[in-house]
Design a protein around this ligand. Structure first.
Ligand SMILES: [Fe+2]
Ligand SMILES: [Fe+2]
Length: 472
């Protein structure tokens, strides 16, 4: 179904055929806009931003690019196309037709999963709300705003499901999604990483590389859900998500590029004296964002994860492409845990290890990105290698909680940890330094802050010096 833009809420779910649902969502819409005005990008409501807006859910040509004022962005409800023959691919319900409605016994489980996913979307907008003030270029400012409006749309995607399929409980949850706020001591967001601050652009690029990528893996496993409307929502969200990770990866690449150029040009490692970000500091930010994002996958061995799979509500990454029985009742999976002060490998029932398996897929994906970063460093002739720390490093959730693990995977005493912590994680001094580089936004088209290189190419075939944002 095409996207109907004549409606107050653009959608491809035939919203106008369900007046009650339409009215409920039209009631939620002004509250969303109030939230956007209060918690969205600060001071940017009059800017004309060169944004993409979804106009179709087809893989080819799904987006239109034009200048839009963000509060006028057409946030809508877009589900990927329906396969009328789709079957549940795994678990006890394997081979049965996908559910077009919520099975009664799965109601609270599905609601919880949708709320948890939905909560992350506005949270990241809140975390990023001040970054526009210090954007290193118009190109970057535009990318920040693009991500912000799309996270807003992802909230809409989850709120639609809550309103359409979960009755009064769903409507209440939709309200609560606007009432919790990132870092709020009384009403924080549900997951830890989404209550951290994103105070500077290095953090923003690391966040979009590591934490938006967690989003990719969560969405991909929900895209395998037996609950078809959820699967279809997540599939279209993944299309948008790719750009967020692109912004993160290329953002870090461009900082690396600039740093390496200055190191070569001035024959020094001390690029701080030159107003750039040194590679060891970038490594520390990487360590922080990676470990915080690993926590989002949950416990290594989890009965909840097993139940989600067995019931058919949450699958594995690319479930249908995996060559096994899709039941997992007779297989095991090796996880790492701590026993007697040592890191040991331990086989657990595969069903219980699904969080860890998803985390492993995620780690491999991150590692490919880090490899591309290292290529830039190598090509510049600089002797430095970025590395993902061990999965047990600085964790707050799971088997490694409370343990002190070095980036190369050694169990440390508290004394050893304390002696090295400042080498591995950003110190207050590092953060003060990085923040000090975040000058007022660079607003001349084609100009970039001193500490970052221009991008290889612009957005939608436009040049890098295109006027991506007009301030009026
Ligand atoms: Fe998102
Ligand atoms: Fe995202």
């Amino acid at each position: 179904m095409a996207i109907d833009y004549s409606q107050l809420i653009p959608n491809n779910v035939d919203l106008s055929s369900d007046r009650r649902l339409q009215r409920a969502l039209e009631n939620w819409q002004p509250r969303f806009l109030d939230w956007w005005k209060g918690m969205g990008p600060d001071g940017a409501s009059s800017f004309d931003v060169y944004l993409r807006t979804a106009i179709s859910v087809d893989a080819n040509g799904w987006a239109n690019f034009d200048y839009v004022k963000m509060p006028e962005y057409r946030w809508g409800i877009f589900l990927a196309g329906q396969d009328p023959d789709r079957q549940i691919a795994y678990g006890d319900n394997k081979g049965k037709p996908a559910w077009q409605d919520v099975p009664g016994e799965l109601r609270s489980t599905l609601r919880r999963l949708i709320v948890t996913q939905g909560d992350t979307e506005p949270a990241s907008v809140e975390q990023q709300r001040l970054l526009g003030k210090t954007a290193p270029s118009l190109y970057d400012l535009r990318n920040l705003f693009q991500i912000n409006v799309e996270e807003g749309r992802h909230l809409w995607a989850m709120v639609y499901l809550l309103h359409a399929y979960f009755g009064r409980d769903g409507r209440e949850e939709a309200e609560a999604l606007l009432e919790r706020h990132s870092g709020d001591p009384d009403k924080p967001r549900i997951l830890g990483a989404f209550n951290e601050q994103t105070p500077d652009w290095l953090s923003f690029f690391m966040f979009t590389f590591f934490t938006d990528r967690d989003g990719k893996y969560q969405l991909a496993s929900l895209a395998e859900s037996g609950f078809d409307p959820l699967a279809r929502s997540c599939r279209f969200m993944l299309t948008e998500e790719a750009h967020h990770m692109f912004v993160g990866e290329t953002g870090v690449s461009r900082i690396i590029q600039r740093t390496c150029e200055l190191m070569k040009e001035h024959k020094t490692d001390d690029v701080r004296a030159l107003g750039a970000i040194d590679l060891p500091t970038m490594q520390k930010y990487l360590n922080f964002h990676f470990s915080v994002s690993l926590d989002l996958f949950g416990q290594e061995a989890s009965t909840n994860a097993a139940n989600y799979y067995t019931m058919g509500v949450k699958g594995r990454f690319l479930e249908t492409r995996i060559d096994d029985d899709h039941l997992l009742t007779n297989s095991s999976y090796e996880i790492e845990t701590i026993e007697d002060g040592r890191i040991v490998k331990k086989a657990v029932p595969a069903l219980q290890a699904l969080n860890e398996r998803l985390r492993q897929d995620y780690i491999e994906d991150c590692a490919r990105g880090v490899l591309r970063w290292n290529k830039i460093i190598e090509k510049a002739g600089v002797n430095f290698e970025m590395k993902l720390p061990h999965r047990g490093f600085d964790r707050r959730i799971g088997a490694f909680t409370g343990a002190r693990i070095s980036p190369d995977g050694k169990v440390l005493s508290e004394v050893e940890w304390k002696a090295n912590e400042a080498k591995w994680l950003p110190t207050d001094e590092d953060r003060v330094y990085v923040t000090s580089l975040m000058g007022p936004a660079v607003v001349q088209p084609g100009k970039f802050a001193h500490w970052i290189s221009p991008p290889a190419r612009g957005i939608n075939g436009q040049p890098a010096d295109f006027e991506y944002v007009r301030f009026n």
